[in-house]
Design a protein around this ligand. Sequence first.
Ligand SMILES: [Zn+2]
Length: 508
Amino acid sequence: MAKKHEEVMELAKRRGFIWPSFEIYGGVAGFYDFGPLGSLLKNKIIQKWREFYVVREGFFEIDSPSIVPEEVLRASGHVDHFVDAMVECQKCGSAFRVVDLVLEQTGKGIEGMPKEEMDRFVKEHKARCPDCGGELGKIFDFNAMFRTAIGPGSQRVGYLRPETAQGIFIDFKRLQRYARGKLPFGVVQIGKGYRNEISPRQGIIRLREFTMAEAEVFFDPEDPRHPRFSEMAREQLRLWRAGDQIKGKEQLTEVTAEQAVERKVVCNELMAYYLALTNRFLLDLGIPSEVIRFREQTPEQRAHYSSETWDAEVSTERFGWVEVAGLAYRTDYDLSRHAQFSKEDMTIFSADKKRKVLCHVMEPSYGIDRPLYCLLEHSYVSEKRKYLRLKKELAPIEVGVFPLLNRDGMPEKAREVYESLRLKGFMAEYDDAGSIGRRYARADEIGVPYCVTTDHETLKQNDVTIRHRDTMKQIRVGIEKLPDVIKKLLNDEIEFDKAGKPIETTSK
Ligand SMILES: [Zn+2]
């Protein structure tokens, strides 16, 4: 079981995608480093996200601090609501999330139950410490934010931000002036978020520090439309509605974005539009449609600020369905709270200038680390040979350059080709270790789409072979044309067979 996960993580560690953090000190659960290839891949995923939200949607990007003073998070509700009900063992001192413990020992879900009832429930069902069987104490609240002090001493309490969104809400007045009062308008922020998970056991899936990409779309509640909805109207969505989950039905509702609005499966057009855009983003990363679904959170599962939330989930071998993005209808919760706590007027004029409006917010919020893992798992092909079928635009290394043999001037020529590709802006890698077969295998397993080889012919004719990762077909191309051909291949502007002279291959 979970063989693929083991193989993918082994590859990820060995080749420099993902490493456990603080490894030489024994590591700390919930933290991972991205190695050289992981950092490249992560940046490419972020780049793609920017193409969707900043370039295509025209949203403004900001960058605000990840340490936030307490009053902001009191206003946002995180000081009071970003909590888990915990219970401590009287005998061994281990602490557990009550909801998890009860589910494990009784099979009952008690998410959203008030604390007093939980206390009674735990007593009635005689729940015990799963570690030592000891008696459990009273239920208490644990806030999942990392707390710190701003400045020396402890006069001013701060927290590491649990979401990037608050930085956007705080700047709302400046941002709406920047948008010249136009509605709807969107603002994004990409950066680290923090959550002091109680006992993260799911590796890269449950991190205490993670990268998020969030968009806050401000709109007039009387006009929850998207100006370009027609572009997404036909997008097919696979939805698992809250009502069906409560009834225990696994069945998905398959509708287009347009039907989702008409049949009132979702609250409004903006929600349908961003569900569709999220779906398209995940497909564009290379995640297959059959492993993507949107799960509506039940009222007990929803965050305190949301009136409707859909989680984009990707099915994985080891972790089951993994939430990779959340689409929350935050209403005017955040702006009204900040207006109340800061005493600033957060209203603006409606489009017709006749009304004062407190904007509502639709929030597409993505993790970056989880989709990266899902992408590795779903790109990993383990057949006769192992390779990562990453999309070309996401491959950390775009082109590998090898000499066929380590003699007769072939390595020197290969180095020259490698250097010139680097200077032309390609992420190229040079490799002359081991046999040519081993070099191809090493390039394949990190998803290098094209490999260039210099051989005896190169020295006579000044040309090289290019090998295609997925088909292993080879073509012959003149060195002077190489950068142009590689560029066209990477941009899908030319078919591989037509990019050069096809050659018969005998080697694997
Ligand atoms: Zn115990």
